[in-house]
Design a protein around this ligand. Structure first.
Ligand code: GAL
Length: 409
């Protein structure tokens, strides 16, 4: 029942988006009135076929005999719960059985979870790695058993068992954060100097470096010219990384930074955080330990519920949203093509007819065994000003009467 409701919401919202003449995820349907998303889908028959639950790819032959193994890193970080349920829903709506596992952010557990899925004879593995470097051995077993593997969201390193990577454009996520800071401070015109501190992600996650580099590449010229200053001096990825993307780790480190470099009244202008779980900890540290009374610009990524509440409350400034519902659709269509014995390439995007933007990339992601062909979706900046049009109107979140957002699915 819940599945049907979600499909209907996303379906009609995407229909509204199409009617407004723009792609669902990348360009919110600004012209779609709120009521539109409640209109019966029958009014937009052409767009109806774009609903995630009715992916355009032909169903795999004998889907009912096949089980898809879905391995997510942890259910302690919000986004992976959403990924897990969207993936499960997508594959089940195409007729497959699924086995969904979360591995508690523990590498050994993920290895044994994958061993179990392989022993269960799954037909396809969709894996978001905890540690991109630690799955070579177990995925060799998958390869030997003839089970194809899609590296989901995070690139799995040093294994030729994976054939494809589905993610968002990770470098662009960081670039959007850096550009947001540049524009918010008007770095090209303002005199400055402004103070900034960086908080990056888990070094075990191949994405984390892409996010950090994307942001730093935008901001480095201003650091070099002295317009942006990093009072802690912590500017390398290793210095600013956060083990396991953990909120408490980010909070602890930031309290230390505030205590060591800002307790004399030094003003903090920006806390650039690679994602929402770290931004949550940094925001707490600022609230409890920062002496200044200016509004610190805080960036994030994911659109986690608590962070969106912080955006509504003016505590966090922005997040980079990634429509994981669409990431699941792309993964389904790719998975079906692989199971049908095809060798998907850029043509999959046209054949599938997705109404969200996606690029086929054959140059950016080398996992140590060679380039892994990648399907990269496009992230979107969300701020207090566009929460409704970017997240609520397309059907990804609902808004309660106090203006807070709650994820659908
Ligand atoms: C990354 C992912 C981000 C963020 C982070 C922490 O790999 O791309 O969206 O959620 O992990 O879970």
């Amino acid at each position: 029942m819940r599945k049907r409701i979600l499909s209907a919401i996303v379906s009609t919202a995407m229909a509204a988006s199409l009617l407004a003449g723009c792609g669902g995820a990348a360009a919110p349907a600004a012209e779609a009135p709120a009521a539109e998303s409640k209109a019966p889908a029958a009014e937009a028959p052409a767009a109806e076929s774009k609903a995630p639950a009715e992916s355009a790819a032909p169903a795999a032959a004998d889907a009912g005999d096949k089980t898809i193994g879905i391995a997510m890193p942890t259910n302690s970080l919000e986004r992976w719960n959403r990924d897990g349920s969207f993936l499960k829903e997508q594959f089940e709506s195409a007729g497959f059985k699924t086995e969904l596992v979360f591995s508690n952010n523990e590498i050994d557990q993920q290895v044994s979870d994958l061993e179990n899925l392989i022993a269960d004879n799954v037909s396809l593995l969709v894996v978001a790695a905890i540690d991109g470097e630690s799955l070579s051995t177990v995925l060799k077993d998958a390869k030997d058993a003839g089970i194809p593997v899609i590296s989901y969201d995070r690139l799995i390193m040093n294994t030729d068992a994976i054939s494809y990577y589905v993610s968002f454009d990770n470098y662009t996520v960081g670039k959007l954060q850096g550009e947001f800071v540049r524009d918010a401070l008007d770095l090209d015109n303002a005199e400055g100097p402004f103070n900034i501190e960086f908080t990056a992600g888990d070094p075990a996650d191949n994405n984390a470096g892409f996010f950090f580099n994307g942001a730093v590449d935008v901001l480095q010229p201003y650091i070099d010219s002295g317009k942006l200053v990093v009072p802690s001096g912590q500017t390398s990825f290793e210095q600013v990384a956060t083990q396991q993307w953990d909120t408490q780790n980010a909070l602890d480190r930031f309290q230390n930074i505030l205590g060591s470099y800002y307790s004399d009244g030094t003003k903090l202008d920006v806390a650039l955080c690679s994602n929402d779980s770290t931004a949550l900890g940094v925001a707490q540290a600022i609230q409890s330990d920062y002496a200044g009374d200016n509004k610190v610009i805080i960036t994030g990524q994911d659109g986690d519920e608590a962070n969106l509440a912080n955006i509504v409350d003016g505590i966090q400034t922005m997040s980079v949203y990634k429509a994981v519902a669409n990431e699941a659709v792309a993964t389904l269509d790719l998975g079906v093509a692989i199971l049908n014995g095809e060798t998907p390439d850029a043509g999959l995007i046209d054949a599938a007819g997705w109404d969200f933007e996606c690029a086929y990339d054959t140059s950016s992601y080398d996992n140590g065994t060679g380039i892994i062909p990648s399907y990269l979706l496009v992230p979107t900046v969300v701020t207090k000003d566009n929460l409704k049009e970017a997240l609520v109107d397309p059907g990804y979140y609902t808004m309660d009467d106090k203006g807070y957002l709650h994820p659908v699915g």
